[in-house]
Ligand binder design. Structure first.
Ligand SMILES: Cc1cc2nc3c(=O)[nH]c(=O)nc-3n(C[C@H](O)[C@H](O)[C@H](O)COP(=O)(O)OP(=O)(O)OC[C@H]3O[C@@H](n4cnc5c(N)ncnc54)[C@H](O)[C@@H]3O)c2cc1C
Length: 472
């Protein structure tokens, strides 16, 4: 078998043997795509068009048995492994150069129990598919607003969405998972089975294994909710942002208020607030009224909308294949100085850029910090500049603007960051995502993945002694 040298973009150099795709094909029910196959270029793509990596093979698992086989295959050949569900990681962690991509995106079964109000979903569902299946029973749980994000990556890193302030993060509503660990075992983890592993996957990302099935708690939702955006011109944005912050801070859990500095199709810069009231429409009308009457918005699109439409609001803004860069940090306050800084940095933003404030708090903030690995429960906003473009010659300028915007907002940050909004930003930022929970995550990494087999993620590196133990 040939041996190639592969440089892991995050750490040290280590040897990889080229995978034998034919052998892998014999071991799994699903499709294996390798260089030279007509679908190879499609198979190596992820959501962010900036990511251009060439794995040695992509295995589209047909079920948990395929995931077990793929893990054992990769282990036996010391292959670098990337794990992919929806392919939305901003830095492209779910595809690698030279290694094996274990892809679960074709595993799409879902069973909804309308009496118990639970859903058992295979890990390949995207948010739109999950929401459609649960809404068929008038139910839902917290999920994000871009319908082709994967439920697996979103849930394992936390999970923000319009229902989050009322019902908590997606991971807070996880009841159990089925997971293939680094030694190739298929385990069920819940509060009663492997409870330490269950704790770890509720925010600890892909560090502990490949999740094949996720069981969620559901809530009666919709089908119609009061939702939509209000926009203010840039010359009135400062006051609108001050009003927004005061309103958001006092908002009931039912109200979600995300916001952004954005540019209209006509090229006009605006401050835009995206509202959603998780409750009866008339109650929502009453609660949102102060916002609607404040300061004469230039656009008011707040109206009763179908929950599934609300949940795909991001689709048109973030289609697959364009080039994207973002960098996030949490804020607890939006001081006048922070508002002035946001307004100033956005003036220098290239076309199509956004400066987003995603509101959190509410039920998310009421769980103790160590209830799950997700540590930044005291934040009120996730603040992140987003660059969107198509021309590769603009890469440097687009990335520079987002980084400069992030740097400018740094003095106002809590220091924390949402793991699911991290690209390749290094161990310090990963520790900032997990805070005091990082040490416990590392101890569990030592137990469940001592050789760091699952390393292409927001990596919790095992301690050197654990790796030395071999770990099967
Ligand atoms: C356009 C867009 C909109 C977004 N909106 C939201 C939002 O509203 N709310 C929110 O919370 N987040 C949001 N995110 C962030 C999103 O939660 C993360 O990017 C998440 O990691 C995506 O999951 P995925 O399965 O699509 O990604 P992938 O790129 O497939 O996976 C990302 C990582 O998750 C891990 N992983 C994936 N599948 C598995 C598995 N089966 N088992 C174990 N580990 C696995 C791996 O470590 C992998 O590297 C958004 C991202 C994008 C690009």
């Amino acid at each position: 078998m040939s041996v190639t040298r592969f440089v892991d973009s995050r750490s040290d150099e280590f040897p990889l043997r080229a995978p034998d795709a034919a052998a892998l094909r014999r071991m799994v029910r699903g499709e294996v795509v390798a260089p030279g196959d007509v679908t190879y270029d499609q198979a190596r793509k992820v959501w962010n068009g900036m990511v251009d990596r060439r794995p040695a093979a992509v295995v589209y698992c047909a079920g948990s048995d395929d995931v077990v086989a793929a893990v054992k295959f990769a282990r036996s050949r010391s292959l670098l492994v990337a794990v992919r569900a929806g392919g939305h990681n901003i830095g492209g962690a779910s595809v690698c150069d030279g290694g094996l991509v274990i892809d679960v995106s074709r595993m799409k079964q879902i069973e909804v129990d309308p009496v118990k109000r639970t859903a058992r979903a295979q890990a390949g569902l995207n948010l739109g598919e999950f929401d459609a299946a649960t809404q068929a029973h008038g139910l839902a749980t917290t999920m994000g607003i871009n319908s082709d994000t994967g439920i697996a990556g979103l849930t394992l890193g936390g999970g923000f969405g319009k229902l989050g302030r009322k019902y908590g993060l997606t991971c807070d509503n996880l009841v159990s998972v089925e997971i293939v660990t680094a030694d190739g075992r298929l385990l069920r983890a819940s509060t009663s089975e492997h409870p330490d592993l269950f704790w770890a996957v509720r925010g600890g990302g892909g560090n502990f294994g490949i999740v094949t099935r996720l069981e969620y708690r559901l809530f009666p939702i919709g089908p119609m909710l009061l939702s939509g955006s209000l926009s203010y011109p840039y010359d009135r944005a400062r006051d609108a942002m001050r009003f927004y912050h005061a309103f958001a801070k006092a908002a009931p859990d039912e109200l979600s208020l995300d916001a952004a500095l954005a540019t209209t199709l006509a090229g006009e810069r605006v401050f835009s607030i995206s509202t959603c009231y998780v409750g009866p429409i008339d109650e929502g009308e009453r609660i949102i009224k102060p916002l609607r009457v404040y300061g004469a918005p230039i656009q008011d699109q707040v109206a009763p909308r179908c929950y599934l439409e609300i949940q795909s609001a991001g689709d048109a803004v973030f289609p697959r294949g364009r080039r994207y860069y973002w960098k996030a940090q949490f804020l607890r306050e939006l001081s006048d100085a922070a508002i002035d800084t946001l307004l100033a940095v956005y003036l220098a933003a290239p076309a199509e850029s956004l400066l987003v404030l995603q509101q959190v708090g509410g039920a998310i903030a009421r769980l103790p910090v160590n209830a799950t690995p997700y540590a930044n429960r005291d934040a009120l906003y996730d603040c992140f500049p987003i660059s969107i473009w198509d021309d590769p010659t603009e890469d440097a300028a687009r990335i520079r603007w987002a980084r400069e915007a992030w740097d400018a907002m740094r003095p106002f940050s809590t220091g924390g960051v949402y793991a699911n909004n991290l690209g390749e930003e290094g161990t310090e930022r990963i520790e900032a995502a997990y805070g005091e929970n990082h040490a416990r995550l590392r101890a569990l990494k030592n137990k469940y993945d001592p050789t760091n087999f699952f390393r292409l993620n927001q990596n919790i590196a095992p301690s050197a002694e654990a790796a030395g133990d071999g770990g099967g």
